[in-house]
Design a protein around this ligand. Structure first.
Ligand SMILES: Cc1cc2nc3c(=O)[nH]c(=O)nc-3n(C[C@H](O)[C@H](O)[C@H](O)COP(=O)(O)OP(=O)(O)OC[C@H]3O[C@@H](n4cnc5c(N)ncnc54)[C@H](O)[C@@H]3O)c2cc1C
Length: 410
């Protein structure tokens, strides 16, 4: 199959697209362009073992240099795509080169959001790249106290990992529970319990009013209720924004990321998007889904690679139907979730105990299972896959096992 494919973004989704193209028999020109100098590496360890100090400070490569070579790529690292003319499928790069391709795959991920008022303050960090992780590790060496702002998946993991280094940690979020946007309030309360049990100061329903920073270095935090403390470093884990500024004049439809259809195809033929940057038409609804989880990035990459191969063969593309899945490791607990819970879902305990932190819970809307979350029962969670994918009535899920059922929402 001869053609030219250019993948922009050498992270998880970009690499997985390249791997799937080669595995599917594509033997044409394949360029992978990445803004970072490192070979494609994995991000989850950055907030876990690499941050706690359990792992050696080296990029956690997704594939060794030898195995990258097997892909026969035109690999351009340390090069940033600066412009795309979508209609012409033509790219311009930071090293002054240009490329025109038959298919362009956009895989540029997210940029960490920052808090404008804290810009330029020493001791304030975000975490997205290996370099960010090294900077936080260095700041944590010798630190007595850290403040983490944002108790989503990333902020909660950062708090747990810094706590694991023996540093005192306070975690602040305006929402009522950690991770509540991802797993709802009831399961979020389990995460809150974990942090409290490990001595993290939790400030939920609170915002940072001010960082005190004499001479430009952060020294303290004051909350909107007046609570204050001294701190040595602050990590702002306040979300990520799709890295699409460089696409503003591309002619592509952008909608909280690159808008793609159920096949992963963007609004202009021959342009595709994968990973955190892809805002996918929701096959079950009328809106869009942009999922920032590891498994989803690889799954969509597989769909898009398959659809590029299908297009080259003259076959029809297939819709992306993979069920979203995420996990988060905090302390010794692995929290998992299949499907996408929403605020207002009923949370029904299937087995175990939320208080003990070992459980399976169904997230139910209109009597149907929207998601299943859990901790400590991974095999049980995976048994729920088909039930969540098919959004079966709760009774059908309950019938899968002799689980006791107890409603935990008010
Ligand atoms: C610290 C951390 C921990 C995580 N932990 C978990 C977890 O426990 N569980 C889970 O499910 N998910 C987790 N995730 C999410 C998961 O890692 C992401 O969903 C995944 O990395 C997305 O892959 P991606 O390829 O879309 O983006 P990325 O991995 O961000 O890769 C994008 C790449 O594109 C490059 N790039 C950007 N712009 C350009 C440009 N213009 N030109 C060229 N290259 C460019 C970037 O430098 C980057 O290397 C975590 C994420 C982070 C940051």
């Amino acid at each position: 199959m001869q053609a030219r494919v250019v993948i922009v973004g050498a992270g998880l989704a970009g690499l997985r697209t390249a791997e799937r193209l080669r595995r599917g028999g594509y033997d044409g020109s394949l360029t992978l362009v990445g803004a970072e100098q490192h070979l494609p590496y994995d991000r989850p360890p950055l907030s876990k073992g690499l941050l706690s100090g359990a792992d050696e400070p080296a990029p956690p490569l997704l594939r060794s240099a030898e195995r990258i070579a097997e892909l026969d790529l035109d690999l351009r690292l340390g090069v940033r795509a600066t412009a795309l003319d979508a209609g012409a499928r033509s790219l311009t790069f930071s090293d002054g080169t240009t490329l025109t391709a038959d298919h362009v795959v956009l895989a540029t991920g997210l940029l960490a959001r920052t808090v404008p008022a804290w810009a330029g303050l020493a001791g304030v960090h975000t975490l997205r790249t290996f370099g960010d992780c090294l900077a936080i590790r260095a700041a944590a060496d010798g630190a007595i106290h850290a403040t983490v702002v944002g108790a989503g998946v990333l902020g909660s993991e950062i708090a747990a990992s810094l706590r694991g280094r023996g540093i005192a940690v306070d975690l602040v979020d305006p929402l009522p529970q950690p991770l509540c946007r991802v797993v709802g309030d009831e399961v979020g309360a389990v995460v809150a319990g974990l942090h409290r049990a490990h001595g993290v100061g939790l400030h939920l329903g609170r915002s940072v009013a001010e960082l005190t920073a004499p001479e430009g270095r952060v020294r303290g935090v004051r909350l909107d209720d007046g609570t204050q403390w001294a701190t040595d470093l602050v990590v702002a884990a306040v979300g990520g924004a799709p890295d699409t500024d460089w696409l503003a004049a591309s002619g592509l439809a952008l909608d909280d990321g690159v808008a793609v259809d159920a096949h992963g195809a963007a609004s202009v033929p021959g342009i595709w998007a994968v990973g955190d940057i892809a805002s996918v038409a929701d096959p079950r609804g009328t809106g869009r889904l942009r999922i920032e989880h590891w498994t989803a990035a690889g799954d969509l990459a597989a769909t898009v690679a398959g659809n590029i191969l299908a297009t080259l063969r003259g076959d029809a593309p297939k819709a992306h139907t993979e069920l979203p899945y995420m996990w988060s490791d905090q302390y010794d607990t692995k929290l998992q979730c299949l499907g996408l819970p929403r605020p207002g879902d009923d949370v029904v305990l299937l087995t175990g105990s939320l208080d003990d932190g070992v459980f399976l819970a169904a997230h139910v809307a209109d009597g149907r299972v929207r998601a299943v979350s859990g901790a400590g029962i991974p095999a049980g969670l995976m048994r729920c896959r088909a039930a969540v994918a098919d959004a079966v009535p709760l009774a059908e899920l309950v019938a899968l096992a002799p689980w006791d059922r107890k409603k935990v929402t008010a």
